[in-house]
Design a protein around this ligand. Structure first.
Ligand SMILES: [Zn+2]
Ligand SMILES: [Zn+2]
Ligand SMILES: [Zn+2]
Length: 149
């Protein structure tokens, strides 16, 4: 048996959990986990593939995507979508937050937990609808762009 260096925190048992889902625990998958464990905030899938490749050139994108799907099923990560609809991954646990994108200046912002709560309350009040604010990016114009007419 080879000596396996322990992965941090919630990732410590991920090899076993992936195996239970029928995925082999390979160096490629380990690279995906290492990159995710070092990720702060969110990361686009393509960026994740690039980071894995720079660490392990034999990384195959489809393996990364398949691993990400299973990790999301296991509740270790969660996906959202950028302004262009591309998937971005959040490493859990994470504070609930929303995403804003200004189509004029191209800036993006996060709506913090209290702002996200307020928006969720507003939706609940309209039709009892529970929104999943972290899943989407709301597109519009920021205060500066909107006032500079
Ligand atoms: Zn986010
Ligand atoms: Zn989605
Ligand atoms: Zn703007």
């Amino acid at each position: 048996m080879s000596v396996v260096e322990k992965l941090p925190g919630q990732w410590a048992t991920v090899g076993d959990r992936l195996r239970q889902r029928g995925l082999r625990w390979t160096p490629q998958r380990r690279t995906v986990i290492e990159v995710l464990a070092e990720t702060d905030g969110h990361v686009a899938a393509a960026e994740l593939v690039a980071r894995c490749r720079s660490r392990n050139p034999s990384t195959i994108p489809s393996t990364v995507y398949r691993t990400l799907n299973v990790l999301e099923d296991l509740g270790l990560i969660r996906h959202g979508h950028g302004a262009d609809g591309r998937e971005e991954f959040h490493v859990l646990p994470e504070r609930e937050h929303g995403h804003l994108h200004c189509t004029e200046c191209g800036s993006t912002w996060e709506i913090d937990e209290s702002g996200a709560d307020e928006i969720a309350r507003a939706f609940r009040g309209v039709d009892g609808f529970e929104i999943d604010i972290g899943h989407v990016t709301v597109v519009g114009r920021c205060r500066e762009c909107a006032s500079a007419v």
